[in-house]
Design a protein around this ligand. Structure first.
Ligand SMILES: Cc1cc2nc3c(=O)[nH]c(=O)nc-3n(C[C@H](O)[C@H](O)[C@H](O)COP(=O)(O)OP(=O)(O)OC[C@H]3O[C@@H](n4cnc5c(N)ncnc54)[C@H](O)[C@@H]3O)c2cc1C
Length: 337
C-alpha cells in the first residue's frame, strides 16, 4: 500500500511489527509507560489486526486463558479470562482503539537494518520507517509447517491449513496432526456434521490439553471420529473429485476423503530474523533480558519468544510488559512503572 508520508511520518520512538496479541500488548504497555501515541507505529501485513486468530481459530472455538497449561496470571495492562473467539477479537479491538496508536494495515515488513546513527530502519511493502526501538511480533504461523511430500497442484482447494478458508460441512475430512489445533479442528468439523478422521503419528495423545484430549477420545468412543493411531502419510493423489491419502507401508489402507486439513504448527521465521542481524543458538534466536536480541534496540515478542512448546495470548501480554520494562530501562523513551 502506498501511503501519504506527510500524514503518517517516518520517524518513531517505538515501531511494532505485527498487530496480533503481542504487538497490541506492546502498544498498550508503551502507552501506559508514557510513550505518546504519535511516537508509536504498528505495521500489520493483513488488512485487519489479529489475523492469526481470525484465520486459524474455528468460529465456535472457546479461547482458553490457560492455553497449553500456561499459567493465566496477568502481569501487564492487558488480560483475558476464558472467552469466545469473537469476545477475544473485540477485546483486542478495544485494546488497540484505547491506545490511540496508529496501525497501518497491508504493510508487510520485509527487512530491518541498523543505521549508522544506531536507529533501526524498517522496510515494508508501503515504505521505509525509522525507529529507536523495534519490536518484532509476527508470530510463527505466517508460513504454517507443510508436509515433507509435495501436494499435487490438482488438489488445490481440497487441501487446507486452516478451517476458515472454506465452510466444510457434510464432507469426509482427514485432519493431520496431534496437538491442540488438530484436536480442536476435529471437534469443530464433527460439529459441522462432517465425517472426520484424524491421522496421528503417535499411539497416545500427549500434546493437547486435557480438555481437547478427552473430547476427541470421547468422540472416538462414540464413533463420531476415527483416529488413525501410528499412521504416517506418504503422499496425496487426486481421486476424481476427492483426495486419496497413501500411508507408509500401506497401513492403514489408502483413504479417500473430500478434504485434508493439516495442523502441523508453525516455525520461527529464521531467515527474516537472521537477515536483521539477530544471532541464533541452534534453531532459536539468542534472547537477552526482556526478550531483547543481539541487535541493540531490536526485541522479539509473543510466540517468537515462546520456544518449541508454543505460546498463549496471556504469555504474549505478560512478555510485552517485561519487554517494555526493559525498553524503559535501556532506551530512555519511557518511564518505569
Ligand atoms: C488454532 C489455534 C488455537 C489457539 N488457541 C488458543 C487459546 O485458546 N488460548 C490462547 O491463549 N492461545 C491460543 N493459541 C495461541 C495464540 O493464538 C498465540 O500464542 C498468539 O496469537 C501469539 O500472538 P503473537 O502476537 O505473538 O502472534 P500472532 O497471533 O501470530 O500475530 C502475528 C501478527 O503479525 C502479522 N505479521 C506476520 N508477518 C508480518 C510481517 N512480515 N509484517 C507485518 N505483520 C506481520 C500477522 O498477520 C499477525 O497479525 C492458539 C493458536 C492456534 C493456532
Amino acid at each position: 500500500m502506498v501511503r501519504d508520508e506527510s500524514q503518517v511520518g517516518t520517524d518513531f520512538d517505538l515501531l511494532v511489527i505485527g498487530a496480533g496479541p503481542a504487538g497490541i500488548a506492546l502498544a498498550a504497555e508503551a502507552r501506559a509507560a508514557g510513550v505518546t501515541a504519535e511516537r508509536i507505529l504498528v505495521l500489520e501485513k493483513a488488512e485487519v489486526h489479529s489475523w492469526i486468530i481470525r484465520k486459524y481459530y474455528p468460529v465456535s472455538k472457546p479461547v482458553l486463558a490457560n492455553y497449553k497449561g500456561i499459567e493465566a496470571k496477568c502481569e501487564g495492562v492487558l488480560c483475558i479470562p476464558d472467552l469466545t473467539r469473537e469476545e477475544t477479537l473485540s477485546y483486542l479491538d478495544s485494546a488497540i482503539r484505547d491506545t490511540g496508536v496508529q496501525v497501518l494495515y497491508r504493510e508487510e515488513v520485509s527487512r530491518i537494518a541498523r543505521e549508522p546513527d544506531g536507529r533501526l530502519l524498517v522496510v515494508s511493502s508501503g515504505g521505509m520507517f525509522r525507529a529507536r526501538v523495534v519490536v518484532v511480533a509476527i508470530g510463527i504461523l505466517g508460513r504454517p509447517n507443510k508436509p515433507s511430500y509435495p501436494i499435487p497442484a490438482a488438489l488445490k482447494g481440497k487441501v487446507h491449513f486452516d478451517v476458515t478458508s472454506e465452510e466444510i460441512r457434510e464432507k469426509e475430512v482427514l485432519v493431520v496432526g496431534g496437538g491442540d489445533t488438530a484436536t480442536e479442528y476435529c471437534q469443530f468439523l464433527v460439529q459441522q456434521e462432517n465425517r472426520v478422521s484424524l491421522s496421528y503419528r503417535g499411539r497416545e495423545l500427549t500434546r493437547p490439553n486435557p480438555i481437547n484430549r478427552d473430547s476427541v477420545l470421547a468422540l472416538e468412543r462414540q464413533g463420531e471420529l476415527q483416529i488413525l493411531w501410528g499412521s504416517r502419510i506418504d503422499g496425496l493423489e487426486p481421486a476424481g473429485q476427492r483426495v486419496r491419502v497413501l500411508f507408509s507401508s500401506g497401513e492403514p489402507a489408502p483413504l479417500e476423503v473430500d478434504r485434508v486439513i493439516y495442523a502441523l504448527g508453525g516455525t520461527t521465521p529464521e531467515n527474516f530474523l537472521k537477515a536483521a542481524g539477530i544471532d541464533f543458538e541452534g534453531r532459536s534466536p539468542r534472547l537477552t533480558e526482556g526478550f531483547g536480541t543481539t541487535v541493540p534496540g531490536l526485541f522479539l515478542a509473543g510466540d517468537l519468544t515462546a520456544g518449541s512448546k508454543g505460546g498463549s495470548i496471556i504469555l504474549a501480554f505478560n512478555r510485552a510488559a517485561a519487554t517494555m520494562h526493559r525498553i524503559c530501562e535501556e532506551h530512555g523513551i519511557c518511564k518505569l512503572r
